[in-house]
Design a protein around this ligand. Structure first.
Ligand SMILES: [Zn+2]
Length: 264
């Protein structure tokens, strides 16, 4: 069976373990069901997530033009503290920026091999945690907009990691880390103006992936191997993990048009 289409971040649903899907050939494919099967991935073109053109992907699924022009790829997506929609100031398209930024956001601690701090729209919980491969997560503040959440994150970044190290994330064996203790330790660093958003009573969420840690981990891309064939062994975060610890980040391949063949 051959499926075809542009890779997008895998949609997920919560469960024990978490369920992963791929939207190819207008079909929602269960990726969990492919575990143990030989699959072949073939890179056959591009489709920018914004304009759909067959242009080389520059970053985040966008062609170069869209990456520098689309409000969905603006700097505040990566750096929430630069948000300006609450001031009525436009970056690229004020209406879209208002939609993205002027809604409740969650500041959270997540364990991905390191304890990190992150920000997401409330509607993206727990999706954001799953995409990062967090095994534990704890909301620590709920703000009215993206700017406030970004300001809290910036203040806490000095005391915690803010990026996921994929090797640590994929090597992490599901150990327990007391995020309550981390929360209690960092809460004093929340800037005074934003303390009213602090959440004292949230419960740690634990997430279970269809994944076992391989002996070694080697990341590869479809740029290096336009055709790749192997047995799928597991999924964590947005990583597909194959035999011999070969891992591929689906997120870094957004906009890559692929053929996926299930061999057996
Ligand atoms: Zn484009």
């Amino acid at each position: 069976m051959i499926f075809e289409g542009p890779f997008l971040k895998m949609p997920t649903s919560i469960g024990n373990p978490i369920q992963y899907y791929l939207n190819l050939s207008q079909d929602l494919l269960s990726v969990n069901q492919l575990i143990g099967k030989i699959i072949t991935l073939k890179h056959i073109g591009y489709s920018c997530v914004n304009c759909g053109k067959n242009e080389k992907i520059f970053r985040m699924g966008f062609c170069k033009k869209c990456f520098f022009e689309s409000p969905y790829a603006s700097e505040t997506i990566i750096r929430p503290e630069l948000s300006k929609a609450h001031l009525g100031e436009e970056e690229r398209d004020l209406e879209i920026e208002k939609e993205i930024q002027l809604q409740p956001h969650i500041v959270y601690l997540a364990y991905t091999g390191d304890v990190k701090v992150g920000v997401t729209r409330e509607t993206q919980v727990p999706t954001r945690w799953i995409d990062q491969g967090a095994t534990l997560a704890l909301p620590i503040a709920k703000t009215e907009n993206r700017y406030q959440a970004g300001m809290i994150e910036v203040a806490l970044k000095n005391h915690l990691a803010d990026k996921t190290n994929y090797k640590k994330m994929l090597s992490e064996q599901g150990e327990y880390v007391d995020l309550y203790e981390f929360r209690n330790r960092v809460k004093e660093y929340i800037p005074e103006d934003f303390r009213l958003f602090y959440l004292a009573d949230e419960t740690i969420v634990s997430l279970d992936y269809p994944y076992t840690v391989p002996e070694k981990i080697n990341a590869f891309t479809l740029d290096k191997f336009p055709t790749f064939s192997s047995v799928l062994r597991g999924i964590k975060g947005q990583y597909l993990c194959f035999d011999d610890g070969n891992v591929m980040n689906v997120r870094n391949h957004e906009g890559y048009v692929v053929q996926l063949e299930i061999i057996k």
